[in-house]
Design a protein around this ligand. Structure first.
Ligand SMILES: NC(=O)C1=CN([C@@H]2O[C@H](COP(=O)(O)OP(=O)(O)OC[C@H]3O[C@@H](n4cnc5c(N)ncnc54)[C@H](OP(=O)(O)O)[C@@H]3O)[C@@H](O)[C@H]2O)[C@@H](O)CC1
Ligand SMILES: [K+]
Length: 465
């Protein structure tokens, strides 16, 4: 499993400061950043005309270094400056650019636009002149590149301050990934994400990009119980729990049991259905983890089943309807365990309301909910994140937009509980499940069903073994 740092703007500045204290100058960092970007641009700039838009800070400074490096390689470059360079390092880079700098009044036609107006130092929306400059010139170029971040995006939250921004073809993250590289709405703008390393040390950070997991295959002498036993609690609507079971059977657990009295024709022969009392199913000492929520319903029977899961003390995944029924009191009366909650945006809002959490962003809501409940929170969406108490937030590369289909959430919940039963701690189980879900979707291509996604899970798992 690989974890790459994902930083806030403050953490990035602190890392830069540590490097400066240790003897690397800001000028050297700017040179590495600019030359690193220029090397990436050179790969697709052959014979093309490049326009670099430079702002007043060090993001603009990167722009002058990029322009000079490209110019030296014989690439046709024009530089348009929004204003004078205002930091000493940007001003030095401006002085080292051995060609003309045009004023922001000129529209420039070209092939590749490099946006170096603002990066992590953006402190307010672009003023109308800067915004028009960016939008107009983006429309006049075929390829648009963001250096560090699209200008107008808030580094820590992914918020877009100006409503409309161009769609970028490439974004070069300088030194490290920032939150906005993986959070919506900015994540949808970025095009291909490329990290340009600057040799910085990061230490403890507030976020990680979760890469391909490395789950272990079953032991040589494994049996169905040692591989992990799952119970999936059925409810009013059978399809959702069956889908979750189909996914759980293909994500590592050795034994998946559907607890309920379903005789649905879609129940496969290899899924065990146990119509007995739920307390008995949950009381089985061999049972490793429980999923409740998909198709559960929200009536009194559903509430009683949810209470039974809490009372059982088994590690659990709470999804869908269960997230509407959970109350703080359930956590207080049951054994304190690290469970997993898998809310989408609406369910996250319901949980925050139930637990008295007042936060503005998805990231802060998920983090606070994890702290308050002691649970791992997989906050689903186009920018799924996983939060756990006292742990860095886990970010993920964006998954296929074809995942926006009914039932895919049930599949994810099934994979989480399967990974938990297979022995993964809740944070790892949730992170692996998000990754596997994205990989299965990638393999399937367009317009798959949730059932196909569930059945693809073993192929996604195979890529990690
Ligand atoms: N950290 C690192 O390790 C490295 C960082 N590097 C690069 O430096 C970038 C960060 O540089 P930075 O801090 O100078 O900020 P940047 O984004 O250029 O802008 C700040 C300036 O813009 C101004 N300003 C802000 N918003 C505005 C607005 N809407 N409209 C108008 N003005 C506005 C703001 O003024 P103020 O808010 O103070 O009024 C200030 O003058 C980073 O993204 C990366 O590209 C690499 O080169 C090397 C390694
Ligand atoms: K930029």
């Amino acid at each position: 499993m690989t974890l790459e740092p994902v930083l806030t703007a403050e953490e990035m500045r602190a890392a830069e400061q540590r490097a400066i204290t240790a003897g690397t100058s800001e000028w050297e960092l700017l040179q590495s950043a600019g030359k690193g970007c220029a090397a990436e641009i050179t790969a697709f700039a052959n014979g093309k005309r490049v326009t670099v838009l430079c702002g007043p800070g060090n993001n603009g400074g990167d722009g002058y270094v990029i322009a000079e490096a490209l110019r030296k390689k014989g690439v046709s470059v024009r530089v348009v400056a929004l204003t004078e360079a205002e930091t000493p390092t940007a001003a030095k880079a401006r002085d080292c650019y051995n060609s003309d700098v045009e004023s922001a009044h000129s529209d420039v036609e070209g092939d590749i636009l490099v946006d170096c107006l603002f990066g992590t130092g953006l402190s307010r929306p672009l003023d109308p002149d800067a915004h028009h400059l960016l939008m107009r010139n983006a429309a006049l170029h075929q390829t648009v590149v963001a250096v560090d971040l699209p200008s107008g995006v808030v580094s820590n939250t992914g918020e877009i301050l100006n409503g409309e921004l161009p769609k970028y073809d490439y974004t070069f993250a300088l030194g490290s990934w920032k939150n906005a590289h993986f959070l919506m709405p900015s994540s949808a703008l970025l095009g291909k994400r490329i990290r340009v390393g600057l040799g910085l040390e990061f230490g403890d950070v507030s976020g990680h990009l979760f890469g391909k997991p490395a789950p272990t295959p079953p032991d040589f002498n494994a049996h169905k119980y040692s591989r992990g036993m799952v119970a999936i609690v059925g409810g009013e609507m059978h399809g959702a729990a069956i889908l979750a079971s189909e996914a759980a059977m293909r994500a590592g657990a050795g034994y998946v049991k559907l607890a309920g009295d379903t005789e649905h024709p879609a129940v496969p022969a290899d899924l065990v259905v146990d119509p007995g009392p739920l307390e008995e199913v949950l009381g089985d000492k061999r049972l490793d983890a429980v999923l409740i929520g998909p198709g559960l319903g929200r009536n009194d029977t559903a509430k009683a089943k949810l209470e039974a899961v809490f009372v059982s003390g088994k590690p659990a995944v709470f999804d869908a309807d269960a997230l509407h029924l959970i109350t703080p009191a359930m956590f207080e009366t049951s054994e304190r365990r690290c469970h997993v909650l898998t809310p989408h945006e609406g369910e996250l809002a319901v949980l925050c309301e139930a637990f008295g959490i007042d936060r503005n962003t998805k990231l802060e809501k998920a983090r606070k909910l994890a702290e308050t409940t002691g649970c791992v929170v997989a906050a689903k969406g186009a920018d799924t994140i996983v939060a756990a108490p006292s742990a860095p937030i886990r970010f993920f590369k964006p998954a296929s937009s074809w995942l926006s289909a009914a039932g895919t959430g049930d599949v994810l919940a099934g994979v989480v509980v399967s990974r938990m039963a297979a022995g993964e701690p809740p944070l790892e189980a949730a992170s692996q499940a998000v990754w596997l879900h994205g990989e299965a979707a990638r393999q399937l291509g367009p317009a798959f069903t949730a059932g196909e996604l569930a059945r693809q899970m073993r192929h996604a798992l195979a890529t990690c073994l």
